[in-house]
Structure formats: C-alpha cells, structure tokens
Design a protein around this ligand. Structure first.
Ligand code: ARG
Length: 452
C-alpha cells in the first residue's frame, strides 16, 4: 500500500466492536502510533488503551511513549514486568538457549509482554487486543500465541491493512501525529534486559558491513580495557551471585551487561531463519547473556555426566526453538523442562569467567557435585578407583573399535574378491558369496587377539 492508496475498509476482519475498548501494545514508535487512529476510524473502536510493558528498555523509550500517548490523548498504562522477564531469561540460561547464535532476547520478551497486556485488557474491560507488528516478522506470532488463548478479538492493523513504512509516514504527516521516525535513527531497534537487536535499512543486506555506531552496549573489542575475572555463583542452574555477592536477577543481568559490554563481549551478526521462512540479517548485543551462558555451560561440564551433557544438548536445542517460536507454553516444553530441572539440581557452585577483548572464557569452576576424582584422573597414581588398575584397561583397549575393524575387513575382502573375479572373467555372484565367508573366518586375525 502506498500513501496515495486509500485504506480498504474491507481488508480487515470485521470485529464488530460496537464502540468497545481495545488494548494496544504501545511503544510510541511509528507503527503503534498510527494504530491508534486506525483502530478508532477503520475498526470503529470507541476507546484505545495503550500499554507499554517494561522488560528493561532504556528509560528514554518510556518518556517517548508517555509523550506520544499524551499528544494522542491516549489512555496509557505502563506495566513493570522486569522481574518476570528476568526469570524467563534465567530459564534460558538453564537450557543454554540460543537460536542460530542469538540468545533470544526479543523472543523471550514477547510472551511476557503479551501476558501483561492481556492482564490490563481484563482489568480495563477491553474486548480486543491489538499490536503494530507487520505480517513478515516473528513477533505477530508470539503475541498472538498468547492472546488467541483468550476470548478476546485480536487485531493487527499494519498486517491486515497491508501498510508500508512509507504509507505510515504519509498517514502520520497528514494527521499531524506525533512521530519523529523513531528514536534509533535509521535502524529498527528492540532493546530489553537480555539483548539489543538492531535491524533494517542497509543492515538488511547480508553483505553490508555494519558501522561501529550501531552498537551501544558493547565497546569495540580492540579498544576494550584490561582483562578481568568475574565469578558467577549458581544455585540449581540459576545465577545468584557475582563475585560472591548475592544479586537479584534484574540487577545481576544489568550489572553484567555493563561490565562485559566494556570488554566488547556479546556481539553477533546472524543470518536468521525467521518462522515464516524468510532469511534475514540481524545484529545483536548481549554481554550479560554471553557471560551467563558461558559460565553456566562451564559449570555443567563439571557436574553432569558425559551422556547427560550430550543428551541435554538436544533438549536445549528444542527448548531454544520453542522459545524462538514464542511457544514456551507448549506441553513439549513442560516435558523438556522436567529433564532440564532434574539435571540442574547439581548445577550449584561457581564458574570464573575471564572477560578479555570481546571474549568470555571459563577459566575456573568449582562445585560440591563435581564428577571429578583427583586420585582417579591423576598421572601420578597407579590406582584408578576401588581396585581398578591401569592394566585393567588392556581388555577394554582390545575390544575398542572391534566392530568397525570387522566391518572394514569384510568390505576389503568383498572388494578384493570382486577384483579377482573381474580379472578371471569368472561368475561374479558366486565369488562374492565366497568372499564374505572368507572374511568371517579371518576375524581372529583382524584384532590380533584370538584368545580375547
Ligand atoms: N529477529 C529477532 C527475533 O525475531 C529480533 C527482532 C527484533 N526487532 C527489531 N526491531 N530489531 O527474535
């Protein structure tokens, strides 16, 4: 849709609002600002209520939302959901969750925001819920997965009316709506406690090298200060302290964003596969997430068994995919979390992380649950454990790889027989069968231990 095309009133589903109230996810940006008159004029709502949910955005964004709401004469509610959101981020730490290298900040925040808006809608007797997402991204799906479980109507004006940015700008100018094209300049930015996502404009081109000024949370790694150590304390897989000092989740994440950001830690440039199949280039900053995920994995490596670690990777990956989809309420996730929780009971202790020029690296770990026996692993002792000695490994070594040696030997014999048959010009089928039999009689020779 271009600015000269009039809005097609039939383009959206008729929600028959009879002048009712609608709760709109409101940020004060261009998309959500144009939604206000559209909901009244195009959809016929009597009153729009703007809801801004605090998941750790910069303070300036609230001031902007507040001002825009006032200029629009919009009833505006601000809900503080930082604690609930921080808990979700820590669930993600327990599941070592990243999607294609992105620690999922926006994805984790959307269901929290959607739930907070639904609460306001209930309190305020709104019959409908609306968002300003386009029809191309992930967020529409994440919001609606929560809202469509309520008995309220769901409205997506930008998507339903097929609006473009150009149209929205012209529409806003025509009506004198209070928009200045967003606070982030050219880029589209989404910030919360867990990550800062930067996309749009030239950044969309996969080959475009981003200028340094897209970053706000991280210093250029080459210019970062002296390396330093940070010790993260965990209880049952959840970070609870920094350098020995007990810290609440919101403060813990904020402090680490600041501290690791000065070391240039937590930048990623991702070719991201969105839920609708679009591949998009995204840039992110997430210093605290990188440090906490690194520390947590480092501690898990100490306390979990090899098979738990390997199986958990698959569970973690599925958890992260469900988080990306905005579907952490799926029954599958309850089951995955059952597994995660049972492993996390032992993830108590500390991990020391070195913050060095753009990189966070575990350099020490301690736990009362360490699956580690100094005696057993030491090069200086002969005994392994409870009467097991080095020599006992001989039998294991003889068998190790036995089946692979056997299979390779059979394959070699079949090949040799085939070559011989071709050279003879004889009957291939019969010679092949003989070849296989020949190999089985040779097994003792394959591993060289006929008496094992
Ligand atoms: N692509 C990310 C996601 O789907 C983040 C999008 C953030 N939005 C933005 N306007 N930068 O989770």
């Amino acid at each position: 849709m271009t600015p000269d095309t009039p809005i097609d009133a039939n383009a959206h589903t008729d929600t028959n609002p009879d002048g009712g109230r609608v709760a709109l996810a409101f940020s004060g940006g261009l998309d959500t600002t144009v939604c206000v008159p559209l909901l009244e004029e195009e959809y016929g709502y009597g009153e729009v209520i703007g809801v801004t949910v605090d998941v750790g955005q910069p303070h300036g964004e609230f001031a902007e939302a507040e001002e825009t709401a006032a200029a629009l004469d919009l009833e505006h509610h601000v809900v503080d959901a930082r604690e609930a959101f921080a808990e979700t981020c820590l669930d993600a730490v327990q599941a070592n969750a990243t999607y294609q290298g992105y620690p999922l900040g926006t994805a984790l925040a959307r269901p929290v925001i959607a739930a907070a808006i639904l609460d306001v809608a209930r309190e305020q007797d709104c019959t409908a819920l609306a968002h300003g997402c386009t029809g191309k991204g992930n967020d529409q799906l994440r919001f609606e997965a929560v809202w469509r479980d309520s008995d309220r109507d769901v409205i997506a004006p930008v998507r339903e009316l097929g609006l473009t940015r150009e149209f929205e700008q012209a529409y806003a100018a025509e009506r004198d709506l209070p928009v200045e094209g967003g606070s982030g300049g050219d880029w589209s930015i989404d910030t919360n406690l867990w990550s800062r996502a930067i996309e749009g404009s030239e950044l969309e081109a996969p080959g475009y090298v981003p200028p340094e000024d897209i970053y706000e949370w991280t210093r250029a790694p080459g210019t970062a200060g002296e390396d330093e150590l940070v010790e993260i304390g965990f209880e049952a897989g959840r970070p609870v302290s920094v350098d020995g000092e007990a810290t609440e989740p919101v403060e813990l994440i904020e402090a680490l964003n600041e501290r690791a950001g000065t070391h240039g830690i937590g930048r990623s440039d991702v070719m991201e596969d969105r839920l609708l199949g679009l591949k998009v280039r995204e840039n992110y900053e997430h210093p605290a997430a990188t440090v906490l995920l690194t520390a947590h994995e480092g501690l898990e490596a100490l306390v979990l068994t090899a098979e738990e670690r390997s199986f958990k990777k698959r569970v973690d990956q599925r958890w992260a995919e469900k988080a990306y989809e905005g579907l952490l309420n799926a029954p599958l996730v309850d089951a995955l979390e059952g597994f995660v929780e049972s492993t996390q009971e032992r993830v108590t202790g500390t991990a020391t992380v070195k913050l060095e020029g753009g990189n966070a690296r575990v350099v020490g770990r301690e736990s009362p649950h360490a699956v580690y026996a100094a005696e057993a692993a030491s090069f200086d002792t002969e005994d392994v454990d409870g009467g097991i000695t080095q020599a006992d490994a001989t039998g294991v070594a003889k068998y190790h790889g036995f089946q692979s040696r056997l299979a390779k030997r059979v394959a070699r014999n079949v090949d040799a027989d085939r070559t011989a048959t071709v050279a003879d010009g004889g009957a291939a089928g019969a010679a092949g069968v003989d070849g296989v039999d020949g190999a089985t009689t040779d097994v003792g020779g394959v591993d060289g231990s006929g008496d094992a």
